[in-house]
Ligand binder design. Structure first.
Ligand code: F6R
Length: 246
Protein backbone atom coordinates (compact mmCIF):
# COMPACT_ATOMS: atom_id res chain seq x y z
CA UNK A 1 0.00 0.00 0.00
CA UNK A 2 1.20 3.49 -0.82
CA UNK A 3 0.29 6.33 1.55
CA UNK A 4 0.07 10.01 0.74
CA UNK A 5 -0.03 12.17 3.83
CA UNK A 6 -1.45 15.58 3.01
CA UNK A 7 -1.37 18.50 5.39
CA UNK A 8 -5.11 19.13 5.28
CA UNK A 9 -8.36 18.17 3.59
CA UNK A 10 -7.83 20.55 0.67
CA UNK A 11 -4.40 19.09 -0.06
CA UNK A 12 -5.64 15.49 0.30
CA UNK A 13 -8.45 16.29 -2.15
CA UNK A 14 -5.92 17.60 -4.67
CA UNK A 15 -3.79 14.47 -4.35
CA UNK A 16 -6.83 12.23 -4.91
CA UNK A 17 -7.98 14.37 -7.84
CA UNK A 18 -4.49 14.13 -9.34
CA UNK A 19 -4.64 10.34 -9.23
CA UNK A 20 -8.07 10.33 -10.90
CA UNK A 21 -6.83 12.81 -13.52
CA UNK A 22 -3.85 10.62 -14.31
CA UNK A 23 -6.20 7.68 -14.78
CA UNK A 24 -8.50 9.63 -17.12
CA UNK A 25 -5.59 11.02 -19.12
CA UNK A 26 -3.87 7.65 -19.48
CA UNK A 27 -7.09 5.80 -20.34
CA UNK A 28 -9.83 8.24 -21.42
CA UNK A 29 -12.41 5.44 -21.70
CA UNK A 30 -11.65 4.12 -18.22
CA UNK A 31 -14.24 3.00 -15.68
CA UNK A 32 -14.14 5.02 -12.46
CA UNK A 33 -15.73 3.57 -9.34
CA UNK A 34 -17.10 6.55 -7.43
CA UNK A 35 -18.21 7.22 -3.87
CA UNK A 36 -20.50 9.74 -2.22
CA UNK A 37 -20.28 11.06 1.36
CA UNK A 38 -18.56 14.21 2.54
CA UNK A 39 -14.97 13.05 1.96
CA UNK A 40 -14.78 13.02 -1.86
CA UNK A 41 -16.56 16.37 -2.30
CA UNK A 42 -13.25 18.29 -2.32
CA UNK A 43 -11.82 15.83 -4.84
CA UNK A 44 -14.79 16.31 -7.16
CA UNK A 45 -14.53 20.10 -6.80
CA UNK A 46 -10.90 19.91 -7.86
CA UNK A 47 -11.72 17.73 -10.87
CA UNK A 48 -14.36 20.27 -11.91
CA UNK A 49 -11.79 23.10 -11.67
CA UNK A 50 -9.33 21.24 -13.87
CA UNK A 51 -12.09 20.34 -16.33
CA UNK A 52 -13.11 24.02 -16.53
CA UNK A 53 -9.52 24.98 -17.25
CA UNK A 54 -9.52 22.55 -20.16
CA UNK A 55 -7.12 20.10 -18.57
CA UNK A 56 -9.50 17.14 -18.38
CA UNK A 57 -11.89 15.45 -20.78
CA UNK A 58 -14.43 12.96 -19.45
CA UNK A 59 -16.30 12.45 -22.74
CA UNK A 60 -15.27 8.81 -23.02
CA UNK A 61 -15.19 8.02 -19.29
CA UNK A 62 -17.65 5.69 -17.57
CA UNK A 63 -18.47 5.71 -13.87
CA UNK A 64 -20.04 3.15 -11.58
CA UNK A 65 -21.03 4.27 -8.10
CA UNK A 66 -20.71 2.19 -4.99
CA UNK A 67 -24.17 2.44 -3.53
CA UNK A 68 -27.65 3.96 -3.33
CA UNK A 69 -30.40 4.12 -0.74
CA UNK A 70 -33.23 1.73 -1.44
CA UNK A 71 -36.51 3.49 -2.09
CA UNK A 72 -35.24 6.95 -3.02
CA UNK A 73 -36.07 8.42 -6.43
CA UNK A 74 -33.06 9.72 -8.41
CA UNK A 75 -34.36 13.30 -8.10
CA UNK A 76 -34.65 13.03 -4.30
CA UNK A 77 -32.06 15.43 -2.92
CA UNK A 78 -30.74 12.76 -0.56
CA UNK A 79 -30.29 10.11 -3.22
CA UNK A 80 -26.75 9.30 -4.24
CA UNK A 81 -27.70 9.80 -7.90
CA UNK A 82 -28.69 13.39 -7.04
CA UNK A 83 -25.45 13.81 -5.07
CA UNK A 84 -23.33 12.66 -8.01
CA UNK A 85 -25.19 14.87 -10.50
CA UNK A 86 -24.89 17.98 -8.36
CA UNK A 87 -21.35 17.43 -7.07
CA UNK A 88 -19.76 16.19 -10.28
CA UNK A 89 -21.66 15.03 -13.35
CA UNK A 90 -23.57 18.29 -13.99
CA UNK A 91 -20.27 20.19 -14.11
CA UNK A 92 -18.11 18.04 -16.39
CA UNK A 93 -18.53 16.59 -19.88
CA UNK A 94 -19.20 13.01 -18.81
CA UNK A 95 -22.12 11.51 -20.73
CA UNK A 96 -24.76 10.79 -18.05
CA UNK A 97 -25.72 7.66 -20.00
CA UNK A 98 -22.28 6.37 -19.06
CA UNK A 99 -22.77 6.98 -15.33
CA UNK A 100 -24.25 4.24 -13.18
CA UNK A 101 -25.69 4.33 -9.67
CA UNK A 102 -27.70 1.37 -8.31
CA UNK A 103 -31.40 1.78 -9.04
CA UNK A 104 -32.90 2.63 -5.65
CA UNK A 105 -36.40 2.54 -7.10
CA UNK A 106 -36.15 -1.11 -8.17
CA UNK A 107 -38.30 -3.00 -5.66
CA UNK A 108 -37.07 -6.40 -6.82
CA UNK A 109 -33.80 -6.28 -4.92
CA UNK A 110 -32.38 -9.42 -6.50
CA UNK A 111 -32.91 -7.97 -9.96
CA UNK A 112 -31.42 -4.61 -8.97
CA UNK A 113 -28.26 -6.34 -7.72
CA UNK A 114 -27.98 -8.77 -10.62
CA UNK A 115 -28.36 -5.94 -13.12
CA UNK A 116 -25.69 -3.91 -11.37
CA UNK A 117 -23.18 -6.76 -11.34
CA UNK A 118 -23.87 -7.20 -15.03
CA UNK A 119 -23.14 -3.51 -15.65
CA UNK A 120 -19.78 -3.86 -13.91
CA UNK A 121 -19.03 -7.03 -15.85
CA UNK A 122 -19.88 -5.70 -19.32
CA UNK A 123 -17.69 -2.68 -18.69
CA UNK A 124 -14.75 -4.97 -18.03
CA UNK A 125 -14.53 -4.11 -14.31
CA UNK A 126 -13.47 -0.96 -12.53
CA UNK A 127 -10.12 0.61 -13.35
CA UNK A 128 -9.94 2.97 -10.38
CA UNK A 129 -12.18 2.71 -7.34
CA UNK A 130 -12.53 5.73 -5.03
CA UNK A 131 -13.50 4.91 -1.45
CA UNK A 132 -14.31 6.80 1.71
CA UNK A 133 -14.45 4.94 4.99
CA UNK A 134 -17.06 4.97 7.75
CA UNK A 135 -16.15 5.36 11.43
CA UNK A 136 -16.92 1.66 11.92
CA UNK A 137 -14.74 0.70 8.95
CA UNK A 138 -17.56 0.30 6.45
CA UNK A 139 -16.80 0.71 2.76
CA UNK A 140 -19.70 1.26 0.43
CA UNK A 141 -22.56 0.17 2.65
CA UNK A 142 -20.70 -2.98 3.71
CA UNK A 143 -21.16 -2.79 7.44
CA UNK A 144 -19.16 -4.72 10.06
CA UNK A 145 -19.88 -8.42 9.73
CA UNK A 146 -20.36 -8.28 5.92
CA UNK A 147 -19.09 -11.38 4.15
CA UNK A 148 -16.03 -10.65 2.01
CA UNK A 149 -17.38 -12.79 -0.85
CA UNK A 150 -20.42 -10.70 -1.78
CA UNK A 151 -21.05 -8.73 -4.97
CA UNK A 152 -23.87 -6.17 -5.20
CA UNK A 153 -26.51 -6.81 -2.55
CA UNK A 154 -29.19 -5.16 -0.46
CA UNK A 155 -28.24 -4.28 3.12
CA UNK A 156 -29.97 -3.15 6.27
CA UNK A 157 -28.10 -0.11 7.55
CA UNK A 158 -26.60 -0.20 11.03
CA UNK A 159 -27.77 2.22 13.70
CA UNK A 160 -24.38 3.99 13.62
CA UNK A 161 -24.57 4.55 9.86
CA UNK A 162 -28.17 5.75 10.10
CA UNK A 163 -27.26 8.27 12.77
CA UNK A 164 -24.08 9.36 10.92
CA UNK A 165 -26.15 10.00 7.79
CA UNK A 166 -29.03 11.68 9.63
CA UNK A 167 -27.25 15.03 9.23
CA UNK A 168 -28.29 15.02 5.57
CA UNK A 169 -31.99 14.40 6.32
CA UNK A 170 -34.67 16.39 8.18
CA UNK A 171 -34.71 13.79 10.92
CA UNK A 172 -33.16 10.42 11.73
CA UNK A 173 -36.52 8.81 10.92
CA UNK A 174 -36.24 9.99 7.33
CA UNK A 175 -32.98 8.10 6.73
CA UNK A 176 -33.75 5.03 4.60
CA UNK A 177 -33.11 1.77 6.43
CA UNK A 178 -31.83 -0.21 3.46
CA UNK A 179 -29.45 0.35 0.59
CA UNK A 180 -28.02 -1.34 -2.46
CA UNK A 181 -24.26 -1.60 -2.35
CA UNK A 182 -21.44 -3.11 -4.30
CA UNK A 183 -20.05 -5.90 -2.15
CA UNK A 184 -16.55 -6.35 -0.82
CA UNK A 185 -15.83 -8.81 -3.63
CA UNK A 186 -16.88 -6.23 -6.26
CA UNK A 187 -14.68 -3.59 -4.62
CA UNK A 188 -11.70 -5.93 -4.36
CA UNK A 189 -11.95 -6.71 -8.07
CA UNK A 190 -11.15 -3.09 -8.97
CA UNK A 191 -7.72 -2.83 -10.57
CA UNK A 192 -6.65 0.09 -8.40
CA UNK A 193 -8.21 1.54 -5.23
CA UNK A 194 -7.81 4.98 -3.71
CA UNK A 195 -9.08 5.41 -0.15
CA UNK A 196 -9.54 9.02 0.98
CA UNK A 197 -9.69 9.78 4.71
CA UNK A 198 -9.82 13.10 6.46
CA UNK A 199 -10.14 14.46 9.97
CA UNK A 200 -9.42 13.50 13.52
CA UNK A 201 -12.58 11.40 13.81
CA UNK A 202 -11.16 8.85 11.34
CA UNK A 203 -7.75 8.39 13.00
CA UNK A 204 -8.65 5.31 15.10
CA UNK A 205 -10.43 3.44 12.34
CA UNK A 206 -7.61 4.16 9.88
CA UNK A 207 -5.14 2.53 12.25
CA UNK A 208 -7.47 -0.42 12.88
CA UNK A 209 -8.25 -0.97 9.20
CA UNK A 210 -4.70 -0.85 7.91
CA UNK A 211 -2.69 -2.21 10.84
CA UNK A 212 -5.19 -4.43 12.64
CA UNK A 213 -6.33 -7.95 11.83
CA UNK A 214 -8.12 -8.56 8.54
CA UNK A 215 -11.64 -9.27 9.66
CA UNK A 216 -15.23 -8.76 8.46
CA UNK A 217 -15.72 -6.84 11.74
CA UNK A 218 -13.65 -4.06 10.11
CA UNK A 219 -14.70 -4.28 6.45
CA UNK A 220 -11.97 -1.87 5.22
CA UNK A 221 -9.32 -4.19 6.67
CA UNK A 222 -9.81 -6.40 3.61
CA UNK A 223 -8.02 -3.71 1.60
CA UNK A 224 -4.76 -4.97 3.12
CA UNK A 225 -5.16 -7.90 0.73
CA UNK A 226 -5.46 -5.77 -2.43
CA UNK A 227 -2.25 -5.33 -4.37
CA UNK A 228 -2.80 -1.77 -5.56
CA UNK A 229 -4.22 0.48 -2.84
CA UNK A 230 -3.33 4.11 -2.30
CA UNK A 231 -4.36 5.66 1.01
CA UNK A 232 -4.70 9.43 0.75
CA UNK A 233 -5.24 11.15 4.07
CA UNK A 234 -4.65 14.35 5.92
CA UNK A 235 -2.35 14.49 8.93
CA UNK A 236 -5.27 14.28 11.38
CA UNK A 237 -6.69 11.08 9.90
CA UNK A 238 -3.29 9.41 9.55
CA UNK A 239 -1.91 10.46 12.96
CA UNK A 240 -2.66 7.22 14.88
CA UNK A 241 -1.46 5.09 11.97
CA UNK A 242 1.89 6.89 11.94
CA UNK A 243 2.22 6.76 15.72
CA UNK A 244 1.78 2.99 15.60
CA UNK A 245 4.31 2.37 12.83
CA UNK A 246 7.04 4.63 14.20
C1 F6R B 1 -20.43 6.49 0.08
C2 F6R B 1 -20.04 5.34 0.81
C3 F6R B 1 -19.68 5.35 2.25
C4 F6R B 1 -18.82 6.54 2.66
C5 F6R B 1 -18.50 6.49 4.15
C6 F6R B 1 -17.70 7.69 4.60
O1 F6R B 1 -20.76 6.16 -1.27
O2 F6R B 1 -20.03 4.31 0.22
O3 F6R B 1 -19.01 4.16 2.57
O4 F6R B 1 -17.64 6.54 1.91
O5 F6R B 1 -19.70 6.45 4.87
O6 F6R B 1 -18.51 8.82 4.54
P1 F6R B 1 -17.92 10.28 4.78
O7 F6R B 1 -17.03 10.56 3.60
O8 F6R B 1 -19.13 11.17 4.78
O9 F6R B 1 -17.18 10.25 6.06
Amino acid sequence: MRIYCAKDYYHASRVAANIISAQVIMKPDCVLGLATGSTPIGTYEQLIRWYEKGDLDFSETHSINLDEYRGLQPDNEQSYRYFMNTHLFDHINIDKKNTYVPDGTQSDSEKACRDYDEIIRIHGGIDLQILGMGHNGHIGFNEPGSAFGKETHCVKLSESTISANARFFDSVDDVPKEAYTMGIKSIMQAKKIVVIVSGDSKKDIVKKAFLGPITPEVPASVLQLHNDVILVGDEAALSEYYKAVQ
